[in-house]
Ligand binder design. Structure first.
Ligand code: BV8
Ligand code: ZN
Length: 252
């Protein structure tokens, strides 16, 4: 750990002593599971960027191209596992009375690692939603029959995610804001902190009095406001700062 040791120790102590913890994760926490991040090197698909495809206009213009991207991502995700960072957060949740995991990721890897009640503020790639009757369902098949239709009304189905320009689910977002503003410690892991409103959660937590810890391989727009910036891979840092404390409520 070298020069990181004091900062790591500080982060470990902050997490250990916290009563209520909120965590925000982005694509960087899944990078070590082999999932390319949005803005990193592997973030392209064919010659498209996420911002070009993850929009209602792109879906309206060419639903098949949009679905081919999502179907490819689902097939890649169906072959990967959560990594040590996902598992460390699932462990941390079990040691805290008050813990909320907020993720921008749509990959479902936090659930696969055993985290519970995860707030998926940008939805889930495993959900489909009808463009006609709004019905939503989960389909975990690695490859979909394109173009998928609603089982109830036969209209075209879309990915159950939040696209750029679309509102986040109001209940999920309100829960995320509540968690951020009532946390003692707010942990931000693997996000470029560029996508709003999720990127506003760390400043919100800090203004409400939380200590903010950031884990990232590089500096981000929120690095200037955090109390503890840990530079490095989430898969290495999270297991080191999440002590294998007594599970909360165990033995009581
Ligand atoms: C909304 C789901 C309004 C789909 C996604 C100008 C200024 C401010 C805001 C805007 C603006 N113009 C437009 C907006 C709004 C827009 C926005 O913020 N745009 C950005 C690009 C400027 N936001 C929206 O449109 C949102 N909706 O505002 O609605 C509204 C209100 C009322 C009524 C109608 C509308 C909706 C945003 C949601 C978009 N959907 N995903 C899908 O996945 O297909 S966003 C997408 O980006 C993913 O969810 C992803 O998680 C998210 C954020 O990216 P990151 O997770 O941070 O990933 P990234 O690759 O960027 O960074 C990875 C990080 O990990 C890096 O920092 C890297 O260093 C680090 N890392 C890499 N490896 C590791 C690591 N860290 C640790 N360990 C490692 N090993
Ligand atoms: Zn329908």
């Amino acid at each position: 750990m070298g020069e990181k040791a004091p900062e790591m120790e500080r982060a470990r102590a902050l997490l250990r002593d916290a009563h209520s913890v909120a965590v925000l994760t982005g694509a960087g926490i899944s990078a070590e599971s082999g999932i390319p991040t949005f803005r990193g090197a592997g973030g392209l698909w064919k010659q498209f960027r996420a911002e070009d495809l993850a929009t209602p206009e792109a879906f309206r213009r060419d639903p098949r191209l949009c679905w081919e991207w999502y179907d490819w991502r689902r097939s890649v995700l169906s072959q990967v596992q959560p990594n040590a960072a996902h598992h460390a957060l699932a462990r941390l949740q079990r040691t805290k009375r008050d813990f909320t995991l907020i993720t921008q990721n749509v990959d479902g890897l936090h659930f696969a690692a055993g985290s519970e009640r995860v707030l998926e503020v940008h939805g889930s790639i495993w959900n489909l939603r009808c463009t006609g009757c709004e019905r939503e369902w989960t389909d975990r098949s690695a490859r979909l029959e394109l173009l998928p239709q609603c089982p109830a009304c036969d209209k075209l189905a879309r990915p159950g995610v939040v696209w750029f320009g679309e509102k986040l689910n109001p209940n999920t977002w309100a829960a995320a804001e509540r968690a951020a503003s009532s946390s003692d410690v707010f942990l931000v892991v693997g996000t470029s902190a560029m996508v709003y409103p999720a990127a506003g959660l760390a400043p919100l937590a800090r203004s409400a009095g939380a200590k903010v810890i950031e884990v990232n391989i590089e500096a981000t727009p929120v690095s200037g406001l955090v109390d503890c910036a840990l530079t490095g891979r989430a898969g290495e840092i999270l297991p080191a700062i999440v002590s294998s404390d007594q599970e909360y409520g165990a033995g009581s």
